[in-house]
Design a protein around this ligand. Structure first.
Ligand SMILES: Nc1ncnc2c1ncn2[C@@H]1O[C@H](COP(=O)(O)OP(=O)(O)O)[C@@H](O)[C@H]1O
Ligand SMILES: [Mg+2]
Length: 262
């Protein structure tokens, strides 16, 4: 059945995905409202990246349905329009190493149908404005990704992601590989950016602190399904054993980190 609820930007309805005998997604359902900051939280290996690839149509789902702003993921006649709704901030940033920061952002803009009509000069202006908007200085325009820190690379990748003015921003493990202070700064930047642009965001992470910081609503995945959705503040006493244990274990780990003086 098609979900015609226009207030949901993303409607995922009972999807199944397996690889051979491994059932990764097992009747997973999820709705993301328009302009909501939604976070999917789950253990490593639980299927978060597989879910993201199903959402993007990279993997075919075995059954179920995915609809994004009224377009079904399997509708090949609208495949380009479907993909252009999304921008992704990849876990490893996925910047082109042989292109400078501004060339990376210009390249991103040129992929978008929306900007087909713009002159090169205008595209460079948009790219420059986006790079500055994520807190990078003009002096980084012409340097290469390898010359930047992890946090700066994340900012450059964000500039590229927002430059095409997507309807939905996807953040894949946005703080992984960053030290806690830089991770916190990046989380702040992501939250501010999403708010400023007034768009829908979907973050996948195993890190409760990221979810607590970014989420209007969190969905917890276990055994291929969303087992609970709600506000992170309600996780601790939500009545679902797995969710309560995930919350408790995450807090034990972070207090260990704080107390670790080695
Ligand atoms: N292309 C693939 N072929 C076979 N198994 C896969 C493939 N992609 C992912 N898997 C398996 O699916 C499970 C979930 O993986 P993944 O979605 O990457 O987890 P995570 O939640 O850490 O992102 C893992 O057991 C993984 O080995
Ligand atoms: Mg993953």
């Amino acid at each position: 059945m098609t979900d015609t609820n226009v207030t949901n930007t993303i409607s995922i309805n009972k999807i199944y995905k397996s690889f051979g005998n491994l059932q990764v997604l097992n009747g997973l359902s999820l709705s993301v409202a328009n302009k909501e900051a939604h976070v999917i939280l789950g253990q490593s290996g639980c299927g978060k990246s597989v879910l993201l690839k199903c959402l993007l149509g990279i993997f075919n789902i075995d059954s179920g349905e995915i609809v994004v702003s009224g377009i079904n993921v399997n509708d090949r006649t609208k495949a380009r329009e479907y993909m252009q709704k999304f921008s992704i901030l990849f876990q490893g940033n996925a910047l082109f190493d042989s292109m400078t920061v501004i060339e990376n952002v210009v390249f991103g803009i040129k992929q978008s149908l929306k900007y087909n009509h713009l002159s090169n000069k205008k595209i460079h202006e948009i790219a420059a404005e986006k790079i500055l908007s994520v807190g990078l200085a003009e002096r980084v325009f012409n340097i290469y990704p390898a010359e930047m820190s992890g946090g700066m690379q994340k900012r450059a990748a964000l500039a590229r992601a927002i430059a095409v003015e997507p309807e939905i921003l996807l953040f894949d493990e946005p703080t992984s590989g960053l030290d806690p202070i830089t991770g916190g700064l990046i989380c702040n930047l992501l939250k501010d950016t999403v708010k400023k642009l007034g768009i829908t965001s979907l973050t996948i992470t195993h890190d409760l602190r990221v979810a607590e910081f970014l989420a209007d609503k969190v969905s917890v995945i276990n055994k291929g399904k969303v087992v609970w959705s709600g506000k992170t503040k309600d996780m601790q006493k939500c009545g679902n054993k797995f969710v309560e244990e995930f919350f408790r274990a995450s807090n034990v780990i972070s207090s260990r980190n704080i107390n670790n003086t080695d």
